[in-house]
Design a protein around this ligand. Structure first.
Ligand code: AMP
Length: 189
């Protein structure tokens, strides 16, 4: 089984690229953000708990997302692996993922990291806000907090996965097709 992590700051294009990656490499795409948004839409207790945090640009607790990932990684029939999009987002989540995979004798195949400068994040997200209408894209203060949260809690994963030898960085500046081409090259290289 392959276990790819799709990594990057908010607005880097993870969601945009995930579909074609999952299709080309026969992977099950798991986006913790999308899973959380569907819990919110369904009004579940988990969704209610997550809503305020997401709409403040904060992360939801590690145990919540870890539980979602564990439950969904169980069934692997007919696929060649998983594409984890937006998970892990903290070093603690990365440790949990590592032990979860180690229990099955598996490990992270590669971290595909799409990098864009902070200056482009706002531009990308305000464009997305008009198209997708996500509550956490709506106000600049929320987006600023997500950028801050990314730098504080998620960016340390770059060093973590560099040390593990699985970190692969891709320039996320360019057209969707250009970035996709770079991702496929990296996954095949
Ligand atoms: P995303 O769709 O990946 O941008 O995620 C939207 C929001 O969901 C994030 O800003 C967080 O509040 C929450 N979220 C998604 N994935 C995680 C995660 N792995 N850990 C904690 N919070 C998460």
């Amino acid at each position: 089984m392959k276990y790819y992590i799709l990594f990057g700051p908010p607005g880097a294009g993870k969601g945009t690229q995930a579909g074609s990656m999952a299709e080309k490499y026969n992977l099950c795409h798991l986006s913790t953000g999308a899973l959380l948004r569907s819990e919110i839409a369904a009004g579940t207790p988990l969704g209610l708990k997550a809503k305020a945090l997401i709409e403040a640009g904060e992360l939801v607790p590690d145990e919540v997302v870890e539980g979602m990932i564990k439950a969904r990684c169980e069934s692997a029939e007919g696929i060649d692996g998983f594409l984890l999009d937006g998970f892990p987002r903290t070093v603690s989540q990365a440790e949990t993922l590592k032990s979860m995979l180690a229990e099955r004798g598996e490990e992270v195949t590669a971290v595909i990291s799409i990098m864009i400068p902070d200056s482009l994040i706002m531009e990308r997200i305000s464009h997305r806000a008009m198209i997708e209408g996500r509550a956490d894209d709506a106000a600049p203060e929320i987006v600023e907090n997500r950028i801050k949260t990314y730098h504080e809690k998620t960016e340390p994963l770059i060093e973590y996965y560099r040390n593990e030898g699985s970190y692969k960085e891709i320039d996320g500046v360019g057209t969707i097709e250009e970035v996709r081409g770079r991702i496929f090259e990296t996954m095949e290289g």
